[in-house]
Design a protein around this ligand. Structure first.
Ligand SMILES: Cc1cc2nc3c(=O)[nH]c(=O)nc-3n(C[C@H](O)[C@H](O)[C@H](O)COP(=O)(O)O)c2cc1C
Length: 294
């Protein structure tokens, strides 16, 4: 059995549901990771700053490097990428996933098309907001055709400018994130997708999303809304009670606590995550965190 199928089978055996996230990093890449050492691609030839990429230095070993200078995709290549998203969605279903999520967050390819700072195109994929949202609209339509809109989620990171410019995630800021992302959410509502996943800023002292944004998203989107980013139970309950979100996702606490739901339900203490092992290639820091023992 192929590895993907083993994973989805194991999740289904325990009554779980599993979606595959489709992720194209775009310009946040390195020539050593590309076929034949080619340049990474992006909407425009603007190199990413304020971010490092993880490159392989040997079997199971890696290092952080500056992203390479990208080359701008041709209009035809953008169309080919839309087709590739549909193919990836078909592969995900073939591997037993219940649905797919489009990674449109954190400064990666779709985010690069949306932001006016990384998209300087003069074809139908650049310029006006409608044009900058076109790639998103086309991949949502293409992937919906494969998996069904009711099995499709989209993840955004509508980061609201931080006072500390050095911590702007992957170097991407919007000049009007509220307008940009509310328009993007309207597009997803029209497409009828199952859920919207919003990644909030997650570094120490990160700014909170404004209440007006939570409210606008709720008003425009009738599907399920998931929030993540430094959530505690208390923060999740607060957002739930205000009616802004339906589900809350935990990242680092889940890495460090294989039994996170039980720990939360029973008010047990949490293991601390070790950030130095978060991106490694072995079971250390991946599958060796202890379960709670009374
Ligand atoms: C090791 C690691 C890997 C991650 N990989 C992804 C990813 O592949 N896709 C994604 O959308 N977010 C990814 N994230 C971000 C998390 O989904 C989440 O938004 C972030 O960790 C904030 O939540 P937390 O404060 O509960 O950790 C990753 C985070 C970590 C720590």
């Amino acid at each position: 059995m192929k590895v993907g199928k083993k994973v989805t089978q194991a999740v289904h055996d325990k009554g779980g549901i599993i979606f595959a996230q489709l992720w194209h990093v775009g310009r946040v890449s390195h020539t050593s990771l590309q076929p034949n050492g080619a340049q990474p691609v992006g909407p425009s030839d603007i190199t990413a700053d304020n971010v490092k990429v993880f490159i392989e230095t040997g079997p199971g070993a890696g290092a952080l490097a500056d992203p390479s200078e990208p080359r701008a995709l041709s209009t035809d290549e953008v169309g080919e990428l839309v087709t590739m998203y549909a193919a990836a969605a078909r592969n995900a279903l073939e591997a037993g996933f219940d649905g797919v999520e489009l990674h449109c967050a954190n400064g990666y390819l779709v985010n690069q098309f949306i932001s006016e700072h990384t998209n300087h195109r003069d074809d139908q994929y650049g310029g006006s907001l409608t044009n900058r949202l076109r790639f998103l609209k086309e991949i949502v339509a293409a992937v919906s055709d494969v998996v069904g809109a009711d099995r499709l989620g989209v993840r955004f990171a509508p980061l609201f400018a931080s006072t500390d410019e050095t911590r702007v995630y992957l170097g991407l800021v919007e000049s009007d994130p509220h307008h940009t992302y509310v328009e993007a959410v309207k597009l997803l509502e029209q497409a009828g997708i199952a859920y919207l996943s919003i990644a909030e800023a997650d570094w120490d002292n990160a700014p909170d999303l404004p209440d007006t944004f939570y409210q606008a998203v709720r008003e425009e989107f009738s599907g399920r809304i998931i929030y993540a980013g430094k959530y505690t139970v208390q923060k999740a309950v607060n957002i739930l009670e205000k009616g802004y979100g339906d589900l809350f996702a935990f990242g680092r606490p889940f890495i460090a606590n294989p039994d996170l739901p039980e720990r939360i339900a029973n008010n047990w203490p949490l293991n601390e995550v070790d950030p130095t092992t978060m991106y490694g290639g072995t079971d250390v820091g991946y599958s060796d965190y202890p379960y709670y023992q009374e």
